[in-house]
Design a protein around this ligand. Structure first.
Ligand code: HEM
Length: 335
């Protein structure tokens, strides 16, 4: 097991120039770094006007994101300019008082203690996927990333926007989001050159088109929810509508609701799909781990479906295992 090195994006044999790095980074941020950048626990580099830090171990990630987070600019101008058309002042990019107020409202709604309310959606959607797989011919190959993306898109759509979302709206959200991701620029040239934040940015028409498509569907969903008030349906958006600021007693405005709903959709969609796909791939590469996981599932669940209570109490080892898959992903697989 200690010999196993997970795969990682192709690395450059030597240090690129700032311009090469910039063009490579537009397509794949990880691919803009040479081999050497992954050998150290922590790397600092200056690119044009930007100071960038790379954290390659769980400890340095914890340092940057948790214990010393105030030393780092996490919500960078690049991130703000990239996401602002879609999420406005949503949690991912807001700061200061707006961030504190929103965080007070959103945090309890997506807190792990609420997970059990949404667990049936997760198990039912996973069961539907398994039924679909069982209908495939013997020995068929599946594209696990696309399957996990479908699975998490369906789960996050149903949990955030409600079980009655409907196929048409779910498709419009997922397609709109995919188009947004495909067309939005990952690198903000003006901030790379240290130009001021207020300078207007060029945005491709496709970015505006996908944003409008998602926002229109979300406005409809919010209006529907308001019309059928107290329907008893459990969803993140319903909870956001009912939430009140504990200090001021104010509800979220329609725009804030839309922004935070998109943030939660984005946060829970691709992150989870990629983690799951990578986890299945890694497990498939290490037969001893695969066998242990099967034994654990058999002994904890037998023929029963999992619930929120099945795992944390009886089998913390699987939680640790998923923690280490995430670590592999975060660290970019350090050699
Ligand atoms: C494998 C899965 C996930 C990974 C690796 C991940 C990772 C991250 C990271 C690195 C951040 C930035 C933290 C910071 O700036 O300090 C973040 C923020 C956030 N994540 Fe996740 N996340 C995952 C799943 C989720 C899920 C399932 C949800 C909700 C359903 C979620 C909701 C959020 C929210 C709301 C924020 C913004 C927090 C803030 O700025 O106040 N994430 N996530």
């Amino acid at each position: 097991m200690s010999e196993f090195i997970p795969p990682f994006p192709k690395r450059l044999p030597e240090e690129p120039t700032a311009w090469q790095r910039f063009w490579l980074g537009r397509r794949n941020l990880m691919g803009a770094w040479p081999e050497a950048a992954f050998r150290y626990d922590f790397v600092a580099a200056k690119i044009l006007a930007k100071q960038i830090f790379i954290c390659n171990t769980p400890e340095t990630v914890q340092y940057a994101f948790s214990t010393h987070n105030s030393n780092f600019e996490r919500k960078s101008p690049t991130m703000r300019h990239m996401l602002q058309p879609l999420i406005g002042d949503g949690l991912f990019i807001s700061e200061g008082e707006t961030w504190r107020k929103r965080r007070r409202i959103v945090s309890p709604i997506i807190h792990v203690s609420r997970l059990s309310e949404f667990a049936p959606v997760m198990t039912n959607t996973a069961r539907d996927m398994i039924k679909r797989w069982r209908r495939l011919p013997e020995g068929a190959t599946i594209d696990v990333l696309s399957e996990m993306s479908q699975l998490t898109a369906e789960i996050i759509c149903r949990t955030v926007f409600g079980q009655n979302l409907g196929h048409e709206r779910a498709t419009a959200i997922v397609e709109g989001f995919t188009e947004f991701q495909r067309t939005v620029s990952l690198v903000d040239l003006p901030s790379a050159f240290g130009l001021p934040d207020w300078l207007p940015r060029f945005r491709r028409p496709a970015v505006r088109r996908s944003t409008k498509r998602i926002q229109r569907v979300l406005d409809d969903i919010i209006a529907d929810y308001r019309a059928r008030k107290n329907s008893g349906e459990i969803s993140v958006i319903g909870r956001l509508i009912d939430a009140r600021d504990e200090e001021t007693g104010e509800p979220l405005s329609n725009e804030a609701l839309r922004n935070e709903a998109v943030v939660i959709f984005m946060a829970g969609y691709e992150t989870t799909a990629s983690t799951l796909a990578f986890a299945w791939f890694l497990i498939s590469q290490v037969p001893a781990v695969e066998a242990r996981l099967h034994d654990e599932i058999d002994s904890v669940l037998g023929d029963r479906s999992p619930t929120c209570q099945s795992w944390p109490i009886h089998a913390p080892s699987s939680r640790r295992r998923f923690g280490s898959f995430r670590r592999f992903r975060c660290s970019g697989a350090k050699r």
